[in-house]
Design a protein around this ligand. Structure first.
Ligand SMILES: Cc1cc2nc3c(=O)[nH]c(=O)nc-3n(C[C@H](O)[C@H](O)[C@H](O)COP(=O)(O)OP(=O)(O)OC[C@H]3O[C@@H](n4cnc5c(N)ncnc54)[C@H](O)[C@@H]3O)c2cc1C
Length: 601
């Protein structure tokens, strides 16, 4: 049986102690949002996930979905769980109350909602995550008549959303997409083309499916500059047929809008999340945002989805950790190297073995560090909307810098941790009954979709650190150096502060090296990008652990804070030192990669 132990206490610590979450969002205008309400959201969502989503996770994996005649039938249990989420308002927490949402700050949905949802049932959680992404782009950039027609049902989940970027010949390189959009006299467009790998492109849990489609309209430039964004529903609203979108009808035409699902992919994991081949055959769609200006809008949605994907890494890693820990606590094999610990048993518990402890601690400490960083990023998402231009600028710069890190590092660690958790369990880890092998299969896609992790690293090293003459990095360096200065002589902090200080100095040197060498030879930058991304991720996790250690030093004696301190020590002794190896790899440059003759691979 799969164990469920959501990190509720950890989130309370992060939001109430580490970050000034309530104070910040109240200042931003969420005046009724208080600590009790946040706790009730955290606990309520955890309970919903445990009672409604968790029980269907293994069933979805083994049963999967059915595809027949262009239609996908989901397991009945998925439909029931999804609709219970709608009825209880859990799918629209951050949506505007005007559209029926709860209107809570973004950080809750972007972080805690995402982690618990994916831990309980990743295959289901991706559907509302996509729908909310479409809703946000629509509400921010769509015409009023489109908002009137689509926003309320998108917010609730009665209609769901997709993002349609990928085509068979065009994945990372979106500039070469071939889907076409032809303008019509009534202001709409006819969309034609094929998209592949579209998550929830077709299913029977929502009454309508609203696709955000990248396509090229006449008159655009080459590459990504010629791309526009279109909203294309599976079924058109009824009053569209009678001349326009003036009325606000939520009834749907029974006519298909030429949006055809011609198949679904068999895949490694996420068996109950449809991955569809979609054809748009003269489908009616409407422009969202400026003509030929679709990519920045799609990137807005993708940036939100990238953080959500990062939280998939954290969520499944946490689920894998708690399950492997529960198993390890019961398992007895061998004897402690320091002498027999449990003489009345045939063998000692495996927690006596240093290697088992190493694996469990790497999992726990990486999870908690990523969660702390995620909580900070979540709050920054809210601060991006501050009326204070300085606060908004700082938050926007940091979110730009942190998004590729959250996507790449959280999912790299998510995959590593699910594998490590399986290792802790020995053969049992490989057996379906215990759940960890499913987490391992499900989490693997998170390194690939929403832009592969290699592309995230290039985004960080090639764009985000130089953007606006280094503004993003400057906004990071200020709090980092301030913290290091402040704690130079703080009792008990040297063991955390010193390595952090060294690491930050190293980051500054490596950044200068990447920029200087990268200008002369772009392959230098590209060859070091993944290691640079991991280096900076370690610095950020180091900063979070040092901050958590400082708080915990003040509350020594309480087991929760003592555990945090011990975890911070483990991080700086056993994880952070990988920065030394990463720096050496970056400094070695591209020669050993690029001089390697292609025919010798
Ligand atoms: C289960 C699943 C669900 C998906 N859901 C969706 C969805 O809902 N909507 C959607 O639009 N797409 C979706 N995708 C597609 C997904 O986003 C792409 O697979 C992903 O972006 C990578 O594109 P690709 O597969 O074409 O790989 P490629 O672009 O062919 O990349 C192959 C390799 O080359 C590397 N590479 C490519 N270009 C560069 C470069 N310039 N520099 C360095 N390295 C490079 C990549 O990092 C990768 O390692 C989904 C895919 C899967 C498997």
């Amino acid at each position: 049986m799969v164990v469920w132990d959501p990190p509720i206490r950890d989130y309370q610590f992060l939001y109430h102690e580490l970050l000034p979450a309530i104070e910040t969002v109240q200042r931003l205008g969420y005046t009724d949002f208080d600590a009790d309400f946040l706790d009730s959201l955290i606990e309520g969502w955890a309970t919903h996930c445990e009672e409604v989503w968790l029980p269907i996770n293994q069933l979805g994996d083994s049963e999967g979905l059915k595809f027949e005649d262009g239609k996908i039938t989901m397991p009945q249990e998925f439909k029931d769980a999804y609709h219970q989420g709608i009825d209880e308002g859990w799918l629209s927490t951050t949506c505007d109350p005007e559209h029926g949402g709860m209107g809570v700050p973004l950080f809750f949905q972007a972080v805690t909602w995402a982690e618990f949802g994916t831990s309980a049932c990743m295959a289901l959680s991706v559907l509302p995550a996509l729908s909310i992404g479409v809703y946000e782009v629509l509400v921010k950039h769509g015409r009023q008549d489109l908002i009137d027609h689509f926003a309320t049902n998108m917010a609730s989940g009665i209609w769901s959303g997709t993002m349609c970027l990928t085509e068979p010949h065009s994945g990372t390189d979106l500039g070469i997409i071939e889907t076409k959009a032809i303008p019509q006299e009534d202001g709409s467009y006819r969309i034609s083309g094929s998209k592949c790998f579209i998550t929830y492109g077709e299913h029977d849990m929502a009454e309508n499916i609203v696709h955000l489609v990248l396509a090229k309209a006449p008159g655009g430039g080459e590459g990504t500059r010629g791309i526009s964004l279109f909203l294309v529903p599976k079924f058109l609203p009824d009053d569209w047929k009678s001349g326009g979108l003036d009325g606000i009808s939520h009834s749907l035409s029974s006519e298909h809008n030429g949006v055809i699902c011609s198949g679904t992919e068999e895949k490694m994991g996420l068996h109950a999340s449809p991955t569809c081949v979609m054809s748009f055959e003269q489908s009616t769609g409407w422009l969202v945002g400026p003509l030929h200006g679709g990519m920045p809008l799609m990137f807005e949605m993708m940036n939100r989805e990238r953080l959500a994907t990062g939280l998939m890494g954290v969520g499944l890693a946490h689920a894998a950790y708690v399950n492997s820990l529960a198993w390890a606590r019961e398992r007895r094999q061998g004897r402690s190297l320091r002498g027999i610990q449990e003489p009345h048993e045939a063998a000692d518990n495996i927690l006596v073995h240093p290697d088992v402890r190493r694996m469990l601690l790497e999992a726990k400490v990486n999870n908690e560090g990523c969660r702390a960083l995620a909580a900070w990023i979540g709050l920054l998402l809210d601060q991006m909307h501050s009326d204070d231009p300085e606060e908004a600028e700082m938050a926007t710069a940091l979110v730009a810098l942190f998004t590729p890190i959250a996507k790449a590092h959280f999912t790299d660690l998510g995959c590593e941790t699910c594998s490590t958790a399986m290792q802790v369990m020995g053969g049992a880890g490989y057996i379906s009954e215990y759940g960890v092998e499913q987490f391992y299969r499900d989490v693997r896609i998170s390194k690939i979709w929403e832009g592969t992790n290699g592309i995230q690293a290039l985004d960080l090293a090639g764009r985000k650190i130089t953007q606006d003459f280094g503004k993003n990095l400057r906004y990071l360096m200020w709090p980092l150096t301030e913290f290091i200065e402040e704690n130079r002589d703080t009792p008990g902090m040297a063991e955390f502060n010193k390595p952090l200080h060294q690491g930050v100095r190293g980051l500054q040197q490596l950044t200068l090296l990447m920029i200087a060498e990268g200008m002369a030879n772009p392959n230098f930058l590209a060859a070091g990008a993944t290691d640079y991304c991991r280096y900076m991720s370690n610095i950020l996790l180091g900063y979070m652990w040092a901050k958590m250690a400082k708080l915990s030093l003040e509350k020594k004696g309480d087991p929760f804070y003592d555990a945090k301190l011990a975890s911070a020590r483990f991080f700086f002794k056993r994880i952070f030192p990988e920065t030394v190896g990463l720096a050496a790899k970056i400094q070695s440059g591209p020669k050993s990669l690029m001089d390697y003759p292609a025919e010798m691979f």
